[in-house]
Structure formats: structure tokens, C-alpha cells
Write a protein that binds this ligand. Structure first.
Ligand code: NGQ
Ligand code: ZN
Length: 444
């Protein structure tokens, strides 16, 4: 198959009027100049969404209210979120995930890292232990998004504290049962999906179990870390070190790892984390929504660190919002402008290309850039969208990321297959109707 475009952001920068050849497996085999007809607009690599808890999409807009006598925090939000986690059936999860993945694709996000911990029924394991994982794979398959499935190991309710009753759908009492789930989930693999592991956090996984999971698994390792100051304080109390400091000292942290949030880190931790090759999994809108804090992204990038972005709790699903807030957070704390572009260049384009590359790496997806040998995960932006009109390729991503919340996304391909056309996913209406039925019932 050959796709011809007027403007393409390749790994070697913008190129004009090029033909992209894509093989049967969906990989780019050649990028060459063409005299033929070219589709207009700006083509950029698909953005991976590296951190997702799909079911939480149904909670968006349902935790933004105060109650007398309650001081709201991450922890009170979590109690509200757990109520939904307890109510979600396999059918519900599949419907919510399908809706979410359609929204991601229409937003220009071509891969998702599903940090999946809703494993069991409220009264015990399902007959098939990978029942819920199967639903995630089914939603990805139905929508066409590339999936990196990250089954979560969750064992304790806090450092040295047993899991609580409302966490019972997440919990594995031993690592063997968890590894069996990871193994069983492999039967759902497709050409665009991958499997890794996700020890939930240092507060939910004891050190010996963490070491075993890392040693006895393959693929990416994702872990929540240092998101909240309480978690940092508890970690110091129980393990004698800050979370990132402890992890770097006790695990062979490498580019296999994605450290999700890593919000509360010292300069020393930032430097060591960058040197380790681990990807920072930043979730700016969720971190803002939950009152987590700000990751020192400018410093981390200055130290050579790699990052990707995720929409995590999905309070919103928007590439421009994540990347804009990431940059604005740094501006607000440093009182300077244009913090995350490096030494020169356009901030929007730098954010996009770095998040695409870092996200793909964190998800072990062979995408993340438009280049020969990579998978053809492509997003075509509408040059006639009011926010892009009059812009050339150099400022197109600046115009979108800083100028617009609605996505000027025209077409989206995953592995060379067009999943969004004219801004719409082919199954948008059917999937939205099913999602509507589910949320009306869940919140009746
Ligand atoms: C999660 N969310 O896994 O969904 C967590 C809350 C927990 C964030 N860390 C659940 N943002 O910590 O147990
Ligand atoms: Zn998370």
C-alpha cells in the first residue's frame, strides 16, 4: 500500500510531498519523494497513551463536588473511584474501554498502555482468571488501537498493611497466581498487542514480590511511584528511603521500566532516573485533577530523560491538553517560557515527537516515529481547521497544542489500517450507544 502526503513529520524532520510504502504487516518499507497526488494536511506519528485505567473513564465529571466535613484529596477521590471498581462487570468494562479507545483514536492516540488491575469478580476470581483481561483485548481489537496490556500485581493496602475489602477485586495473595494470569492473557495477543507487567506501587507490592515479578516476566515493567507526598513519607518510614531512590537502589531499573508519575523526586533522583533509561510516564491532567504535584520535567529532560504521556484516570482524553499542561506546569513553577523544547526548536513539535518516541518505547510498540522499519501509526491533521489554517508544518503542532483543545485530527492509521476517517471512528455511534447504556445503569 502507498500513502502520499503533502507534509510528513519523519524521524529526519518535515518532508514535503512524500510517498510512504506500507507492507502487509503494517510496517513502513520506504519513504520517498513523489510527483503523484498527495493528501493535504500535516501527518505526524501517532501518540501512544502510555497509562490508562480504562474503567475510570466512566467516572469523569463525577468527583468534582465537595461535601460538608470532607477535605477532598487523592485519597477521598480513590474511595469514590473504588466504588465504581466494585460495580463494573466484564460487559461494563468492555463497553467503557471501547468508548475510551474510540476517543483516544479520534484524539490522535494510536496505542494504549492498559494498567489493568480489575481482575476478579467482587466475590472471588472469575472461572477464567483472565476474564477481565480478555475484555480489554476485545475492546482494543474492536476499535483497532494498539494495546500494551499491563496486568497489575496488587498485594497490600499500604506498606505493611493488608489489602482492604474494597480492594478485593485487585488482589493476588501470591505471585504465582499473578504470573499465571499474565501467562493466560498471552492467548489474546494479536500482531499489534504486547504484554508487560505492572507491580502497582511500592505500597501495594512488597520488595520480594517485586523482585520476582521483574525476574520472572518479559516486556515492559510499569509502576506507579512517588505520586503523593503521603506515599513518599510512608515509604521513608517503612523502607528507609524515598520511593524512586529505593527502586533505583533495589531493582535494575532500565529502559524496560516506566515510572508512572514520579512526581515527588529530588534532583539526585531525577538525574539517576534519567541515566537509568527508564521512561517517565507523565499524566498531567490526572496529576492536576488529583492534586498530585508537578514533576520537574525541564530538569529531567535537561538530564537526558525520556518521557511519554498518559491520560490515566481519563478525566479528559486529549493529546493537546496533556502536552500543553505539561509545558505550562513548568512555566508556572519556573516563571519562564518554552521550557521543554531543548536548546532550540518548537515546543509543540518537541513535546509531540518526544512523547511519541518515549511512549512507544515504554509500551514496547514498534512505532513512535515515522521511519522505515517502524509500524505505520499515522495521524493526519486537517490544514483547514480554523486553528491550523495559514500555518506551515513548523508551527502546526504549536498551533494545535497551544491553540486548541478539540483535535484537528482528520485520519488515523494503526499498522497502516485507517481507523478514523474524516475525524470519526467507523464504530463511534454503536460503541457510544453501548457506553451510554452502561453508565446510565452504573450511576442510576
Ligand atoms: C489507580 N490511581 O491505580 O487507579 C490509582 C489509585 C490505588 C492513581 N494512582 C488506586 N492515580 O492507588 O490503589
Ligand atoms: Zn495510574
Amino acid at each position: 500500500m502507498r500513502l502520499c502526503f503533502e507534509h510528513v513529520l519523519t524521524d529526519a524532520g518535515w518532508r514535503e510531498r512524500v510517498a510512504i510504502d506500507v507492507d502487509e504487516a503494517g510496517f513502513v518499507t520506504a519513504i520517498a519523494p513523489t510527483e503523484g497526488a498527495c493528501a493535504p494536511g500535516f501527518v505526524v506519528p501517532g501518540l501512544p497513551n502510555l497509562h490508562s485505567h480504562a474503567f475510570q473513564r466512566a467516572l469523569a465529571g463525577r468527583t468534582e463536588h465537595v461535601a460538608p466535613g470532607r477535605e477532598d484529596s487523592f485519597w477521598t477521590w480513590r474511595t469514590q473511584m473504588y466504588a465504581l471498581a466494585l460495580a463494573c462487570t466484564p460487559d461494563d468494562l468492555e463497553a467503557i474501554a471501547a468508548q475510551l479507545y474510540v476517543e483516544m483514536l479520534e484524539a490522535g492516540m494510536t496505542a494504549v498502555g492498559e494498567f489493568h488491575y480489575l481482575h476478579h469478580a467482587p466475590d472471588g476470581p472469575y472461572d477464567a482468571r483472565d476474564e477481565m483481561s480478555a475484555r480489554i483485548f476485545a475492546a482494543a481489537e474492536a476499535t483497532g488501537i494498539a494495546l500494551t496490556h499491563l496486568p497489575v500485581l496488587y498485594m497490600t493496602g499500604g506498606f505493611d498493611a493488608p489489602a482492604e475489602a474494597h480492594q478485593r477485586r485487585f488482589v493476588h495473595a501470591d505471585v504465582d497466581a499473578f504470573l499465571a494470569l499474565v501467562d493466560d492473557s498471552k492467548r489474546h495477543l494479536t500482531p499489534t498487542s504486547r504484554i508487560g507487567v505492572a507491580p502497582h506501587s511500592l505500597r501495594a507490592v512488597p520488595g520480594d514480590a517485586l523482585a520476582r515479578v521483574i525476574a520472572d516476566s518479559e516486556g515492559p515493567v510499569h509502576i506507579h511511584i512517588a505520586e503523593q507526598t503521603k506515599e513518599v513519607d510512608d515509604c521513608i518510614e517503612h523502607l528507609g528511603h524515598r520511593p524512586v531512590e529505593w527502586l533505583l537502589a533495589n531493582a535494575e531499573v532500565s529502559s524496560r521500566f516506566c515510572l508512572v508519575h514520579a512526581t515527588h523526586v529530588t534532583d539526585g533522583e531525577v538525574k539517576q532516573m534519567a541515566e537509568s533509561g527508564a521512561i517517565a510516564g507523565l499524566c498531567p491532567t490526572t496529576e492536576a485533577n488529583l492534586g498530585d504535584g508537578l514533576f520537574p520535567a525541564a530538569r529531567f529532560l535537561g538530564d537526558g530523560g525520556a518521557f511519554g504521556v498518559g491520560s490515566d484516570s481519563h478525566v479528559t482524553v486529549s493529546a493537546s491538553e496533556e502536552l500543553r499542561l505539561l509545558e505550562y506546569g513548568q512555566r508556572l513553577i519556573t516563571q519562564h517560557r518554552n521550557r521543554l523544547a531543548g536548546a532550540s526548536g518548537h515546543v509543540g513539535e518537541a513535546l509531540w515527537t518526544r512523547a511519541a518516541a518515549g511512549g512507544a518505547k515504554a509500551l514496547a510498540q514498534p512505532a513512535g516515529a515515522i521511519a522505515v522499519g517502524r509500524r505505520a501509526d499515522l495521524v493526519r491533521l486537517d490544514a483547514n481547521h480554523p486553528r491550523l489554517v495559514g500555518h506551515g508544518p513548523e508551527t502546526a503542532l504549536d498551533a494545535w497544542i497551544f491553540g486548541s483543545t478539540d483535535a484537528p485530527v482528520q485520519d488515523v492509521w494503526v499498522a497502516g489500517r485507517r481507523r478514523v476517517e474524516g475525524g470519526r471512528h467507523a464504530q463511534r455511534d454503536v460503541i457510544a450507544a453501548r457506553f451510554g447504556d452502561v453508565v446510565r445503569r452504573l450511576f442510576a
